[in-house]
Design a protein around this ligand. Structure first.
Ligand code: FAD
Length: 447
């Protein structure tokens, strides 16, 4: 007999509970990925280019057995199940709203042929919905969630079954879409991810506590793109960290807990993918930015060097350092008074690691509509943030060549430098002090 393993955000061979469950059915396992036009339409060029590369690597991990099909997953899977006589289709549970709805549709379609959709595991260490407070309710703020999450038993990695038998079931794959990657993609796939992870453990995790906030050092793990597609599972990362001690390790685990927290928040609040999580800022007045102003932000031409450096890194690498994600999001929402979903959509279109839960809630945290308890009056100052987290100015000089001639931290204030505008660096789009005041005035008006 054959069981189907329908892969989605779990594009790996190792530590894969749904694969183990498919194997436990007792027969051969047919791994399938469905190129769903609805999914691809939402993914954008950057993530599609990364996905195609990840699929190529996944096929290698599965010894050339990955079956690529195109179409509506409900139809594709019914057809494949019929062809190979499968009565079970295995998946990792999806809790993100769009995917969860799709899975319900597929479950109903398969049931018509008496084929069962079996869920084992999720993209998280603890499946969203697992961590609850003493009264059985989900946590609304991070710190108590993180504590409860740490105290909870963490499942151990799941070994690849020794006697795994893979099959393509006599089905040919379709060609993946041809997409020219608009960004410089990092090495992708399971092997590349584990290599990067091993390097991070050797070189950077010990100093992560300090290093992670200095974008010029580029010393974070860059696991986000791999976690996004489930090329590595966070359970594997935690198991590798378990025997290690130190502040860096502790802080890294806290960062993974943020990912778990946002997955949990989205599971309990599917509306927060598109709208404010809370109504704390209901009635706040936003500006409807014209395209020119929005593009100045999106393309890194605000005249604030730290902001522009971040936005340009995003366009070139499809990735931005976390500190810059906060500073650039704050600039759009507080200095330009734009409602967060427009910025979040730009990020989703350009990030290789674009993930609905982490992105929308990262934006909402900054905007003050989300899980941050101390809220809207947190307005990041783009100059002092730059001086503090890029004290030598190296990060800005790397991404903003018009300022490469300005030494040291003076690069954060080209308006105070004699040669600040010698190479056509744009003048400031707005005055930060004024816009900060405007943001706070608008907040006052909602009270
Ligand atoms: P590391 O510093 O090495 O952290 C390790 C892992 O911890 C990350 O890979 C990630 O999975 C998790 N993590 C770290 N910080 C956060 C955080 N604040 N929230 C959730 N998880 C975190 N992360 C995404 O994966 N996809 C997104 O689309 C995304 N959008 C964001 C948008 C905004 C406005 C903000 C403020 C943050 C966003 N983040 C997002 C979180 C964070 O910036 C990235 O996870 C991180 O920069 C990825 O780089 P890294 O893997 O080197 O991180």
């Amino acid at each position: 007999s054959t069981s189907i393993l329908w892969l989605r955000r779990d594009l790996r061979l190792h530590d894969h509970p749904a694969l183990a469950a498919a194997h436990a059915d007792g027969g051969e396992v047919m791994p399938v990925f469905v190129l769903d036009p609805d999914l691809l339409a939402r993914a954008g060029e950057v993530r599609t280019a990364a996905l195609v590369e990840v699929l190529r690597a996944t096929d290698e991990s599965y010894d050339g057995h990955l079956v690529l099909q195109e179409g509506d997953p409900a139809e594709v899977l019914r057809r494949l199940a019929k062809k190979v006589g499968a009565t079970r289709v295995h998946i990792s549970r999806e809790t993100e709203p769009w995917g969860a709805e799709r899975d319900e549709r597929v479950r109903e379609a398969l049931a018509q042929d008496d084929v069962e959709l079996v869920e084992t595991g999720t993209p998280y260490v603890l499946g969203p919905g697992t961590v609850l407070n003493g009264s059985g309710n989900p946590y609304k703020v991070f710190t108590p969630f993180a504590k409860a999450w740490r105290d909870h038993d963490h499942p151990k990695p799941c070994p690849v079954p020794d006697d795994l038998r893979l099959t393509r079931g006599g089905v040919d794959s379709v060609d993946p879409p041809h997409v020219e990657a608009p960004v410089e993609l990092p090495p992708l796939g399971e092997e590349a991810a584990m290599q990067r992870w091993a390097d991070f453990l050797d070189e950077d995790v010990a100093g992560y506590d300090d290093g992670r906030d200095q974008p010029a050092l580029d010393s974070t793990s860059r696991m986000s793109v791999h976690l996004k597609w489930g090329v590595v599972h966070p359970r594997t990362l935690l198991a590798d960290l378990a025997p290690r001690r130190g502040k860096g390790v502790h802080t890294y685990v806290t960062e993974l807990a943020w990912r778990e927290f946002y997955g949990d928040v989205l599971h309990h609040n599917p509306h927060s993918a598109t709208r404010d999580l809370t109504d704390s800022l209901a009635g706040l007045r936003y500006d409807d930015l014209d395209d020119e102003t929005f593009s100045a932000w999106a393309e890194g031409r605000t005249g604030y060097p730290f902001v522009d450096a971040g936005m340009r890194q995003l366009l070139e690498q499809g990735w931005m350092h976390n500190r810059l994600r906060m500073v650039t999001a704050s600039f759009l929402t507080k200095d330009l008074h734009c409602w967060w979903p427009r910025g979040a959509a730009w990020f989703m279109d350009h990030l290789v690691d674009g993930d609905v839960a982490s992105n929308q809630h990262g934006w909402q945290w900054v905007a003050g509509t989300g899980t941050d308890a101390s809220p809207y009056f947190r307005v990041f100052n783009p100059v002092t943030q730059g001086e503090r987290f890029d004290p030598k100015g190296d990060y800005v000089r790397r991404w903003v060549p018009e300022l490469a001639h300005i030494p040291g931290k003076a690069v954060h204030q080209p308006w105070s430098h004699d040669e600040g505008y010698d190479h056509d660096y744009p003048k400031r789009l707005v005055d930060h002090a004024e816009e900060r005041k405007e943001a706070l005035d608008r907040l006052e008006q909602t009270r």
